[in-house]
Design a protein around this ligand. Sequence first.
Ligand SMILES: CC(C)(COP(=O)(O)OP(=O)(O)OC[C@H]1O[C@@H](n2cnc3c(N)ncnc32)[C@H](O)[C@@H]1OP(=O)(O)O)[C@@H](O)C(=O)NCCC(=O)NCCS
Length: 336
Amino acid sequence: MVREWDPRAASSAELASLLDTLNAVLAADLPQDPPWQGSHLREYLSEVMPGERRIAWVAQADPAAGGAPGPILGHGHVLLLGDIGVLEVLVHPSVRRTGLGRDLTRVAARRVYQEGFQSIGVEVVGGTPAVAFYEALGFSREYVETRSVLDLSVVDWSALAEMATGVGAGYQVRFCPGGPPDDLIEAYARAKAEVRDVDDGELRPSSYDPQRLRDSLATLHRRGMKPYIVLATHDRTGEVAGLTEVVVPAQHPTRADQYDTIVVQEHRGYGIDRAIKARMLLELRSAEPALTEVQTWNAQANEAMLKVNAELGYRPDREWCEYGVDVAELVHRLGG
Ligand SMILES: CC(C)(COP(=O)(O)OP(=O)(O)OC[C@H]1O[C@@H](n2cnc3c(N)ncnc32)[C@H](O)[C@@H]1OP(=O)(O)O)[C@@H](O)C(=O)NCCC(=O)NCCS
């Protein structure tokens, strides 16, 4: 049975059941990824940026003979942001190919349509059944990135320490756990607005103005995701010349996520990308001793960044695709 579901009001048993399903999905589709933990799961599923809304559904098995609620075997949600609904659907491997994924997508698509949005986007992991699923539903591939993973146990720390100091004269590199310092928020937002060398998916919005940046940091914290930032400032102008952001999520604290890395156009060619990323890894080593891996997403055309990541020890893992569909077409196809 598919029903709308509010993670804020959900029982802990429901959250635990959803976590089991999520981990069964990971074990089946991405067996090298660390399983998720229950820490901050409720907040992860319910907290959103101001102006955004997330609507969720679950597919729950019938109650057991004694009346105990059945397990949650499927979950779907849409994040309504800007002019697009970002969809996520997952179905327990033991009940796949029974139409649950299609049912969850149908209710989500109808709602997105009713809310007046025109398109739906979804992140699809290459080499998993989701590719055939979304293609069968009429979604088309719009963008492909490569996810790469760095195994911290094979990092050459002394080489990294050298890279971290290899920045040209006239720049200061600093580590900012928790977020950029308040006096640099405006310069930080300017750097993000000016250039965006995307290290993360297009579906994850970047924050371009100071207020949005503050909101975005506060939302991350509420969702149990700890941001770390290394930035390079330009001595002469005080501007932020480069920045790199890594988030350590409470849900999988052994594998961190690389978010944006940006080097402002006029400050390229001074070794900033390499130095700030190397410094970040050195700092994380002491700030997050339980961390074993970092994952990053890059556009396949972004050769400069791919080269630096390879020097740092990142290894390409798999394709990470964005698919999109017109909502009205999807509703029609699914029988709306
Ligand atoms: C993608 C997913 C949601 C599909 O769920 P599902 O309940 O198995 O899908 P459905 O039964 O509704 O399938 C609908 C159609 O999609 C297509 N399809 C789905 N899985 C397929 C597969 N493995 N191979 C080929 N086609 C497939 C088929 O056309 C299917 O129709 P059919 O069974 O009548 O032929 C499910 O595989 C899943 O949870 N994947 C993980 C998604 C995810 O979030 N991953 C992130 C972490 S890895």
